[in-house]
Design a binder for this molecule. Structure first.
Ligand SMILES: C[S@@+](CC[C@H](N)C(=O)[O-])C[C@H]1O[C@@H](n2cnc3c(N)ncnc32)[C@H](O)[C@@H]1O
Length: 244
């Protein structure tokens, strides 16, 4: 770690505040800001928290849903146990983990999906940004079918190519989509949160997946070439997953 990282880390007021108030991560305050402005989480809700470790967002979600609610978190990393929450370790892109996530709700419909998912930072912004869009797209196609009509979806995403297409795809499915930058995000950060409220019944009657919509849009912008059905050629850092 660099000297600069250490001094920024030590002097970070949000980190200090998190320690003082017993939160596991400074990011807890980002969800608190989102909740204050948009109220996506209600008492008694069933909440899916994707990219949950070390558990700051899950702590805030548990406080908001109360004893009748449930919080299920998924992360590649281990999250220490927490009253009111159930954690799954694994990759949310993995079918086995997706099945385990569904089962953890024990038949309850999900009211709110919160995701602070972040790729492993490679240091090349074009690649990290493309992976971020890719992860969020996959998350939409996995999780939105599990969300109750009227439900909310909140996700972090890195700004850049594909973001406008993602927002357009979400606007077709939700009545309201807001782009929000919490003040507790680091100044230099290029992350943004999409806060989507009120999932339309039957997802607005759409047939195309979010992934396909974004791919079409990226192809129109010349960022990928999807003219060949068998192969999609990425012209930038985009990794493109083909559904079987
Ligand atoms: C910024 S951290 C989340 C912090 C968390 N919201 C909190 O308040 O404690 C982002 C997390 O996303 C997780 N992540 C990244 N890719 C993932 C994947 N494919 N499946 C599950 N978790 C993933 C990382 O392991 C990391 O813990």
């Amino acid at each position: 770690m660099s000297k600069r990282w250490y001094s920024e880390h030590r002097s970070d007021p949000w980190r200090r505040k998190a320690r003082q108030e017993g939160y596991r991560a400074r990011s807890a305050f980002k969800l608190k800001e989102i909740q204050e402005k948009f109220s996506p989480i209600r008492l008694g809700d069933a909440v899916l928290d994707v990219g949950c470790a070390p558990g700051g967002w899950s702590q805030v979600a548990c406080e908001l849903v109360g004893n009748d609610g449930i919080v299920v978190g998924v992360d590649l990393q281990t999250t220490s146990p927490m009253d009111g929450a159930f954690f799954i370790i694994g990759d949310i892109q993995d079918k086995i983990i997706q099945d385990a996530t569904r089962e953890a709700f024990q038949g309850r419909v999900i009211n709110t999906i919160i995701s602070d998912i972040s790729p492993d930072i490679s240091g090349r912004y074009d690649i990290d940004q493309a992976v971020s869009i890719d992860l969020v797209t996959m998350l939409c196609d996995f999780s939105l079918p599990l969300l109750n009509p009227g439900g909310a979806f909140i996700t972090k995403v890195f700004q850049g190519p594909g973001l406008d297409a993602l927002v357009r795809a979400l606007k077709r499915r939700f009545s309201k989509v807001h782009r929000f930058s919490p003040i507790s995000s680091r100044n230099a950060s290029s992350e943004i949160y999409l806060v989507c409220k009120n999932l339309k019944p039957h997802h607005g009657g759409l047939i195309q997946t979010v992934g396909d919509e974004i791919l079409d849009s990226l192809a129109k912008d010349g960022i990928v070439d999807n003219s060949n059905d068998d192969e999609i050629i990425a012209k930038t850092g985009f990794s493109v997953h083909r559904k079987d």
